[in-house]
Design a protein around this ligand. Sequence first.
Ligand code: NAI
Length: 272
Amino acid sequence: MSHNLLKGKKGIIFGALDSNSIAWKTAERVHEEGGQFVLTNAPVAMRMGQINELAEKTGSQIIPADATSIEDLQNLVEKSMEILGGKIDFVLHSIGMSINVRKGKHYTDQNYDWTQKGTDVSAMSFHKVMQTLYKADAMNEWGSIVALTYMAAQRVFPDYNDMADNKAYLESIARSFGYFFGRDKKVRVNTISQSPTPTTAGSGVKGFDGFISYAEKMSPLGNATALDCANYTVTLFSDLTKRVTLQNLYNDGGFSNMGVSDAVMSTFMNEE
Ligand code: NAI
């Protein structure tokens, strides 16, 4: 259902790999709400992904960019402003990758070259995206920048591995850069801390099935889906949230404030 919340707004959406991606659902919802955008992803992901289908469906153009490359990001920002015919109102950073996770390397036995690569892709890329936008003065006043994160930044989830540290770094960048973006350009910066969601990145985490079922049982409203996340992001891109900034916002069905639920307790009770 559309409310035209993003009519006339222009943006860049990173990270739509396939129809399960949170960025894919977000692109669909932003389009429904009247927003226009450029889609981008790493060149290698595009060869595997189905991004052309999404571009066609949403009337968008695609500009490949490795989010760790300043050169690629400068080109992306410049071309996006040309295509969209002006400055940018919203940006979604929906990027995450850990080689240690992918290759099953334990947290206590990291390959630091992989750790560094993962940090660059998953966290420092957010700084690089914002610095590129900031230096190019590419954002309109009252624009909105959102990145996606997970609660392993605050609490221990052993199998989330080095991604937990990457997410803590990502959330800190949102606050630190958000200050300067707010003060100098009236742009807000937030992270959404999303429930476990069955996507390519999500399912790569060891024990993901257990993880997602546990969160579902713990959360009074159940896990937030990719579509729920897309809807929340639409509100953050809209003018209804103009002074929400520097926040880490939980979209998790209540999970983050739970101690234990009846559903989880019942699996530990020895009923007489
Ligand atoms: P996904 O696998 O569909 O998306 C991850 C995206 O990152 C892919 O499109 C991939 O091509 C892109 N990417 C990787 N390296 C890149 C690079 N160098 N340059 C540009 N793009 C690159 O998975 P999902 O779940 O939609 O992930 C989106 C975001 O949501 C990530 O930040 C993830 O950590 C976060 N998140 C996911 C949760 C889950 O359970 N799926 C839970 C909480 C947060």
